[in-house]
Design a protein around this ligand. Sequence first.
Ligand code: FE2
Ligand code: FE2
Length: 480
Amino acid sequence: MRARLHPAKSELYSQLPIDRLIALVENGGKVRTGVDLFNGRGVLLLEKSVLVADPKILRKVKAQGTMSVPIADRGGGGVWDRKGRKISLPEGEPVQPLFADKSVTWPKLSKDVELKISEITEIKLAAARRYELAKECIKKTLDSIRQAGGEFDLEPISQTVGELVDFVTVNDNSFAYLTREIFSYDDYLYNHSINVCTIGTVIMQRFNSAFSTAVNSFLNDNPEGPPGAAPRDPGAFVYYTSSELRNISIGYFLHDLGKVMIDPEILNKAGELTAKEFQVVKSHVTDKVERVLRKNKLSDPHIVNVCLYHHAALYAGEERCYPQQDHHLVPSYVKVCKLADIYDAMTSIRCYKGALNPVSVVSEIFHHYARKDPFLQYILHSFIGSVGIYPAGSVVYLTNGQLAYVLDSDGPILLPLTDSGGTPLTKEPEVVVMDRGQITNSLAIDRQQPPISPLEAYRILPDYLRRTLEAGRRQKPVLA
Ligand SMILES: [Fe+2]
Ligand SMILES: [Fe+2]
């Protein structure tokens, strides 16, 4: 797959195989692309002015599925051998990136569409700010555990998590989707803590309100549980109060705190772990975390259970789970944490792997856990309903080749950006509401193509849409 380019002026680029560049840099050479390089999701892989002298960077770019890299001579790009001599490149081919044509104009967007876009901008900016504040908080906490031998202050964590919970309660899945970060290898644990907290909280809220009441009334009539199920711990079916939910979210935020005491080499290992290494990783939910919890006198059962059991089995016989625990006894909020944890790990970029398409991740998780346990089905449905696959502000591919901007995740409601040949539209298109019969079989969201998240989508939007987004931003300053 070729790396995608957007938005940039049409120019001549020499396209070089990534393996050739890796070999060159391994031998002491250097590379500069001279043009920003994005993956298929719109994530920046390589900034145009970076002089790459470390093959690891190119291997990470390759891990994103990029097999050839453009080098823009006019943008300062080039390839140099170990003695610093510039290597002449094969003649470039013209590349016409999306939305490069600045002359594209539309009639004024309708008021409704403008309003919708301005709301999206507001949420996006607020989410980005919340995310940064939460990141500072988790960084301080984990650093303090490392440096002060396990001690940390719960008060700022409680406040930060409270703000995150309030935010996702109002804005639902948009926030969870915004948390995909660019180049987050070094601070993966910080991002992961926030992502599991926000995604887990949204799932838990949905589960608590939509399913627990139904399950509780069902169990009142059927104390033995659903047909075919083993007798289960009634604790797994309780309805959680808002203060319990708050502690559950704190547990999600802190779930991996035991990892700060584990060798990063093992945590970042690309291949299969040895038996000994696996034992070390497992210790983040046993002795390592127990010591920190004890030292900080953290005894709330929700926080403790999440920290200790978020890798426990969700059904009888599930493999590579730890510690050993009867899945009937694992509370629902811990099961939610495990699903959020798996979802985030699979959809995030790690130093040893690229991010997977959220659509296929959701379907993979669903197929793995579906029909394994009657009670787990309730949690699984909350998970599917909560994880926003097409949040407002993202860009999706349609099966007929069009690109479309998501105005509302409920539907979803889409604003097409290109025609089926990928050419930017020059007239304001009809807004497409996917669930109101306005579509034919030939027009659906292409599930094979990963959607481009709101934060990333901004870079590839055509000028007219960016101007509308920026106008919305000026009108409504957000977040204190
Ligand atoms: Fe973990
Ligand atoms: Fe985790």
